[in-house]
Each structure stands twice: as C-alpha cells, then as structure tokens.
Design a protein around this ligand. Structure first.
Ligand code: SF4
Length: 354
C-alpha cells in the first residue's frame, strides 16, 4: 500500500481550504494575534458559534495592545455568550503578558507560547504552526480521527496522543508546516467526519488503511469513559442589599442551554477549590457554605461548593450578567441544580420549583 504523502493533502487544501475569519488568505502572512484569539475561543466552542463573536471581538480589540489596555469589564462584555469566563480572563492576562514581557509580539516557538497564561500544549502547537510556520503538531479531535483512520491505529485515546503527534511531525513538510496543520484540521472537519466520511473525495483515499478495510467509523478507538466521574465546581451566590440576586444565562447550546444560573466555575473532575476565588464574578468577601450541593446528570454527578456574599445597593452586574429581584426568581428558567444551590444559600423554597 502506498504511503500517504503530505503533497497530496496540500494540493487538496489549496483547492478546498475553508475561508475562516481568523485565517490568512493564500500567500498572506497570518496575524499571530488573530490566530491565538481564535484558538482560545474555539477551545470549547464550535467554529459556527465562534465566527460572529470573533468578528465583533476583533472590531473592538484590533490588536494585542488594544486588548491588553482594555478594562477587564470590556473584555468580559465582549466575551459574554461564549461562556466559561475563566477563558476570557486568561485571554486578557495573556495579552497583558505579551505586551509587558514580549513588547507586544507573540513568542514564535511552542515553548515560548506555552509559558503564557491560558496556553496549553494543543494551543501552543496550533499557534506555532499556523502563525509562525513552525513544524509543531496540533492534535485536536479532527486530527485524531484522520490519523487513526489513515494508519488504522488501534491504540486507545487519549493515551495514543503522543504517538499521533509523532506521526504528524514525521509527515509534516518543512516548507509548509502551517498549511499542513490547517489542512489536517480541515480534512477532519469537512471530509473525514465522525459519521459517513466522504472517502471518495479524500486526497488520502488510496493510502488510507481504515478505508481499505472498511473500518473508518471504528476509529478513533477510545478508552471506555469511566461512567459517572464526579465533576466539581464552585457556584457564587451574590445578593445585593436591595434583595436582587446575580444571575446569568447559559450559552444556548449544550448542557442546560439557555437556562438561568448563578455564576459558576467550569465543572471539572480535577477542579481545585483552592483557586475558586479566580472564578468568582466579583472580588469581595465570599463565605463558603457546606456541605456542597450534589446533583446527578445523565452522564456525570456534579458537586458544587456554594459561596455566598452580599453587595451594596446600586452595585452594577458584571458584563453578561444581571441582578434579578428575589421576588421575580419564579420567572427565571432555573435548572434543578440551581434551585438546590439557592436552597443551600437559604434563598429559595422548593415549593417554588416550576
Ligand atoms: S479515506 Fe476516508 S477514512 Fe481515510 S482519511 Fe480519508 S476520509 Fe478519512
């Protein structure tokens, strides 16, 4: 069987590359700031959802200097709707670090990028390759799928990731690493899709082992999810002196989409309560309540530690949030877990549950 050639993928990419607002056109130099900002936005959000936000964000903060100099409320406001505000805080912190420590220029190596706030292995690889044409591997879900199918790699993910990175680096052409990284992502997003991959249109249909064996959809192989790993997080109940509660609305898609909630941290198995203050919506004296609130979703149990604080009358809600009078709570689409949080804070009687 022939070996897959990078040149075939690049020839396909030259004809079929996706036009994305953060992507440089053919022959143009990418703007590291736009590449980096898009990668941060895409971390837990789809391309379709990010596009309009990205355009607005760039109109408001056209350079890393503009972002670094902006008040954090303005950044949070521009971020509102993308969810997970810790990403926005890291984004802002990173812009400030790039300006303060690197004279406003992003470091051009994976190592240099990784040292910045909020940039992990994947983002460092993606920015190094796409913005600086460094031979760096950026293995996301799309790339995992393409590579495991192409070579019929049976090793289980996530353990197989280092092997996949190695395979990507071996194939990466020295003259167009950035295009190769983006071509792999595009192939996974548009042709080598999770269901019904369009193998007939794939530039690697000849060398692809999974296609030859008819086993495309069995890849990537994944370690069985540990059913019901408990996720943890912090929930922040802020009551204003006039009897209004700080709330926000969850992003429209995903778990509890569009429901109202008090601000919370991300919910993760490895959430560290020690750092919860970083996720709080305002800086104030938070009282930790116990015991934590427990709730069981279909796929995981959740344990939320509730923090409570009061705010003086006249306090403005942070961007993307609102104060709702307690008397009007019944009008808010509160989820079951939020009702439990408010009960734990002594603010809600279960008889009000709709
Ligand atoms: S031939 Fe099919 S399975 Fe193989 S890489 Fe191409 S689209 Fe994916």
């Amino acid at each position: 069987m022939m070996r897959p050639a990078a040149a075939d993928l690049l020839a396909w990419y030259d004809r079929h590359r996706r036009a994305l607002p953060w992507r440089a056109g053919p022959g143009e130099r990418p703007d590291p700031y736009r590449v980096w900002a898009s990668e941060i936005m895409l971390q837990q959000t789809t391309v379709t959802a990010v596009k309009p936000y990205f355009e607005r964000f760039m109109a408001r903060f056209p350079t890393v200097q503009a972002l670094a100099e902006a008040p954090s409320e303005a950044v949070m406001q521009a971020w509102a709707g993308l969810g997970y505000y810790s990403r926005a805080r890291n984004l802002h912190a990173c812009a400030i670090a790039v300006v303060a420590e690197h004279g406003g220029r992003f470091p051009d190596s994976e190592e240099g990028l990784r040292a910045l706030p909020g940039i992990g292995a994947y983002t460092a690889g993606a920015v190094a390759a796409i913005a600086f044409d460094r031979p760096a591997a950026a293995v996301d879900g799309n790339v995992e799928r393409v590579m495991t199918r192409l070579f019929a790699i049976e090793d289980l993910l996530p353990g197989a990731r280092p092997l996949l990175r190695e395979r990507v680096l071996v194939m990466m052409p020295q003259d167009r690493p950035g295009d190769f990284a983006q071509a792999l992502m595009d192939l996974g997003a548009t042709i080598c899709t999770p269901r019904n991959p369009a193998c007939g249109l794939c530039p690697w249909r000849e060398p692809c082992r999974a296609r030859a064996e008819g086993t495309q959809e069995s890849f990537p192989r994944k370690a069985a999810k540990k059913a019901g790993v408990t996720r943890k997080g912090a929930a922040f109940v802020l009551l204003r002196a006039d009897g209004a509660l700080l709330l926000r609305t969850r992003p429209p898609k995903g778990l509890l989409g569009g429901m109202a909630e008090v601000p919370t941290s991300e919910w993760r198995a490895d959430y560290e309560l020690d750092g919860a203050w970083q996720d709080a919506p305002v800086v104030t004296r938070w009282e930790q309540l116990s015991p934590p609130v427990r709730h069981v979703f279909t796929h995981f149990p959740l344990e939320l530690t509730v923090f409570k604080a009061s705010a003086p009358a006249g306090t403005q809600a942070p961007a993307g949030m609102r104060f709702t009078p307690l008397a009007a709570l019944g009008e808010e689409p509160l989820s079951g877990v939020m009702v439990k949080v408010l009960e734990a804070a002594g603010l809600y009687a279960s008889s009000k549950t709709r």
